[in-house]
Design a protein around this ligand. Structure first.
Ligand code: FE2
Length: 466
């Protein structure tokens, strides 16, 4: 063995000594997760040393922090330590791997974690520490979170910004950087929890809220993205409008209330999230309804302006409401509710989704709003498919009325002024929108496990929502 390798090999006794002296070090266990969870060196973190980790985590670890890698067999860690040293890191590996370790071990996940569903219920009691880079953070973040990039957490001065009287929850895209961040915090004596699955996991939570009765409307909110979907029930029969992944949630809700899901609708071809309409309809053997004015590579019942669909004791009427997409539909139910997709929101109006033809679509948007939606009766409840960050919910649900919508600044200006202002909007499109549209059209098949990553990011559907 050459001298070089000897220099960064650590025996189990040496590691035990380092730990007992409480020397600050980062302990990374590179074994498969199930082996790690079965037993690992107390205080170690499960780590995956893939391309992503090389790009996102390694450059953030300061060169003066001692790192010890554990694996089985030791060759893996020896090579990784060697590679990490080429990045200038102070990396070592445990000689003879995990099974040489006779000291304290523990089971399960590393450190403390918090599940996304639970975090949602304690949001106001915790300090949300987002450890991504500034550019990633500025794109999209959990409201109320504070950004301190991972590499800065190794700096004592930065740590002073973290309050001592609140539980710290570390956040990153998938939980890997956040895990290292929690480790850095523990070294500094700060107790923290890691958000399981990171922002990708946070983005997949669906939360149901009953918004209205007769017919019953349950608004199912994807809280991480501000996406809204709806279950409308009449006489035990339920329809779902704009369902989201994971679609099993709608099946659970229907079971809980004793509803039968018979019909599934999309208002339009979404660009910011993957529609679960096709999969949900297939799973529960329901009819799938889509816009006749949009192209899909799969079969459905295609509906158009003035189509009428009955369910339970209710009547759904289709209105063609172009402007966001050329084929956008709105659904009026029992002349009491209107489901407006991305045309009319609580706080704003939709954006024309085809920028190349923005002017033409902005005209359509104006006509749709003034000639098709605002003429509905003032007390019609408006349920959109998204909401912005700063929109107040009413008893937990996001809706407005036609009467209130008429007061929106966007709807109180001349046609000319409206077109001028809307066309001038240059907000970025939703992240990954091309791929999402291709999936929603049926041109591209996706594994369900790929959806959280594709959907990461804000919805950006309104003209002025943040
Ligand atoms: Fe949309």
């Amino acid at each position: 063995m050459n001298q070089n390798i000897q220099n960064y090999r650590l025996t189990a006794d040496q590691l035990d000594q380092e730990l007992s002296q409480q020397n600050p070090l980062l302990l990374f266990d590179l074994r498969p997760k199930d082996q790690f969870e079965n037993a690992h060196v107390k205080g170690s973190v499960h780590a995956v040393c893939d391309v992503q980790a090389k790009q996102t985590i390694m450059p953030k670890i300061p060169q003066n922090v001692k790192i010890v890698l554990i694996s089985e067999p030791e060759e893996v860690t020896r090579e990784t330590a060697q590679m990490m040293r080429t990045f200038g890191l102070d990396a070592y590996y445990l000689e003879d791997g995990f099974y040489s370790w006779k000291g304290k071990t523990e089971k399960g996940q590393t450190g403390k974690t918090v599940a996304a569903e639970h975090l949602e219920s304690i949001l106001d009691q915790v300090f949300l520490l987002d450890v991504r880079n500034e550019d990633e953070f500025s794109e999209y973040q959990i409201p109320g979170s504070v950004n301190i990039p991972l590499d800065e957490l190794f700096d004592e001065k930065t740590l002073e910004k973290i309050p001592k009287d609140k539980t710290v929850v570390t956040i990153c895209p998938h939980g890997n950087r956040a895990m290292v961040a929690s480790f850095a915090l523990t070294r500094a004596g700060i107790d923290s929890q890691t958000l399981v699955g990171g922002l990708a996991g946070w983005n997949q939570i669906l939360k149901p809220i009953t918004a209205s009765y007769k017919p019953k409307v349950i608004q199912v909110q994807k809280i991480g993205k501000g996406c809204l979907s709806h279950i409308v029930e009449s006489d035990g029969e339920a329809i779902i409008i704009d369902p989201l992944y994971p679609f099993e949630k709608y099946i659970d809700i229907a079971k809980e209330y004793g509803f039968k899901i018979t019909k599934v609708f999309d208002t339009h071809q979404h660009a910011d999230h993957v529609s679960a309409a096709r999969d949900l309809a297939k799973k529960v053997n329901a009819e799938l309804y889509l816009s006749k004015y949009e192209g899909y590579d799969y079969d459905a019942k295609f509906v158009e302006d003035n189509s009428v669909i009955r369910f339970g004791k209710s009547k759904l009427k289709v209105i063609h409401t172009p402007g966001h997409t050329p084929g956008s539909l709105s659904y009026v139910i029992d002349e009491k509710y209107v489901f407006t997709g991305d045309i009319l929101f609580v706080e704003s109006i939709g954006r024309p989704d085809l920028r190349d033809e923005a002017e033409e679509f902005t005209e359509q948007l104006y006509n749709t709003l003034h000639e098709k939606l605002l003429p509905l009766s003032d007390d019609t409840l408006v349920f959109p498919t998204h909401h912005g960050d700063n929109v107040e919910a009413t008893n937990g649900a996001f809706w407005t009325t036609i009467k209130e919508a008429k007061k929106l600044p966007w709807l109180d200006i001349s046609r000319q002024e409206f077109i001028k202002r809307v066309v001038a909007i240059t907000r970025p499109r939703p992240m990954n929108y091309r791929k999402i549209i291709a999936v929603n059209k049926g041109e591209l098949e996706l594994m369900h496990s790929e959806i959280p990553d594709l959907e990461i990011g804000p919805n950006r559907c309104a003209v002025d929502a943040s």
